[in-house]
Design a binder for this molecule. Structure first.
Ligand SMILES: Nc1ncnc2c1ncn2[C@@H]1O[C@H](COP(=O)(O)OP(=O)(O)O)[C@@H](O)[C@H]1O
Ligand SMILES: [Mg+2]
Length: 326
């Protein structure tokens, strides 16, 4: 498969300067998203997934700040752009949807009108009929039933799953190159979740875009993604093809996440959760940030930060277990 990078995040550091101290939310984030792939970023709550996405969109607000690294999008470093230049990228070339579509939709405006506004801000002016046809097509694309009726509905008249489909439609209406979806199915029940994931896959095929899917659930990654990176406490700790990560997980954290996926023959109460919790990032553990929770830790782990090691063509891991030839 030809792989061409669309987004390359290198050594990204984002801090929040709070009264309690500096939250080192992103310490060393390295991610590549290729053209035409669904890329998954996975990790427990508080690992820095949303901060990575918001940094990419340059939506980190004070007291937060990107303090180091590069975010190359089609070769251009987004961290160096002015706010004005960034506005041309946001919504046009990179779009983002969130867990709660209600927060992004205007509760007082009909769905059709909201999509029309997005289209008119980003593209040429349409005549009335052309615009209506365009909106109907967009709603049909995400398989919304009776799009004529949906156009005339207010957000509160739709179910959570329908609202999320409207958001996906709206964000894709401007033909972005990359759609970032931050926990888009977390608030939905399992059946609706599966529908939304199927639509994202269809959109990738039809529109040939890249999708960056953020989730705490490796089950979602298995169903949807081509490649995945695992994030822990502000660092990317492992990246691989999805098939590879399930067949041959290397990092003890990744192994722990895999054991926590519910399955048909594993009841919820039997699930292995990783002991402990994600550390406070004002004072993160020294050395490998995962060492206090790691059953495989050795002497070096609380002293030296592990470097990223390329174990095979499409597999990297940052863990001392693999540093001296394994
Ligand atoms: N506005 C903020 N102020 C201070 N700390 C923040 C802020 N936003 C996020 N953080 C911290 O950054 C870390 C990563 O958060 P986040 O990216 O939201 O995690 P995830 O999306 O993986 O659940 C957490 O420790 C969180 O407390
Ligand atoms: Mg988040």
């Amino acid at each position: 498969m030809r792989e061409k990078p669309l987004l390359e995040i290198k050594g990204l550091k984002t801090y929040f300067y709070t009264y309690e101290g500096t939250v080192k939310a992103l310490h060393n984030v390295n991610i590549t998203i290729n053209e035409g792939e669904i890329f998954g970023l996975v990790g427990e709550t508080g690992c820095g997934k949303s901060v990575t996405a918001l940094s990419t969109m340059r939506l980190i607000e004070s007291p937060g700040k990107i303090v180091g690294g590069e975010i190359l999008f089609q070769g251009e470093d987004l961290t160096k752009l002015s706010e004005e230049e960034m506005q041309k990228i946001r919504g046009n070339k990179i779009s983002m949807i969130f867990q709660d579509p209600m927060a992004s939709l205007n509760p007082l405006m009909k769905i059709g009108k909201q999509i029309a506004e997005v289209l008119e801000v980003h593209q040429k002016h349409y005549d009335k009929n052309e615009l209506r046809q365009r909106i109907l097509n967009i709603l049909r694309m995400v398989r919304l039933p009776s799009p004529e009726r949906i156009m005339e509905s207010y957000p509160f008249e739709l179910s959570g799953g329908m609202r999320q489909r409207v958001m996906i439609a709206m964000m894709l209406s401007t033909n972005p190159k990359l759609l970032i979806a931050d926990e888009p199915t977390t608030a939905l029940d399992v059946t609706i979740q599966a529908q939304i994931l199927r639509i994202l896959k269809e959109m990738k095929e039809k529109l040939n875009i890249s999708i960056w899917l953020i989730t705490h659930d490796l089950g979602v990654v298995a169903e949807t993604c081509d490649r995945v990176c695992v994030m822990y406490a502000g660092n990317v700790v492992e990246c691989a093809d999805v098939v590879e990560i399930f067949k041959n997980p290397l990092h003890p954290y990744t192994k722990g996440l895999l054991k926590a996926i519910p399955s048909v023959n594993r009841r919820v109460e039997e699930l292995n959760t990783i002991p402990g919790s994600v550390p406070n990032l004002i004072n993160p553990p020294p050395g490998c940030r995962f060492h206090p929770r790691c059953s495989k830790r050795t002497e070096i782990c609380d002293k030296v930060e592990p470097k990223s090691i390329q174990v095979s063509e499409n597999h990297t891991v940052s863990c001392h277990l693999y540093s001296n030839g394994g």
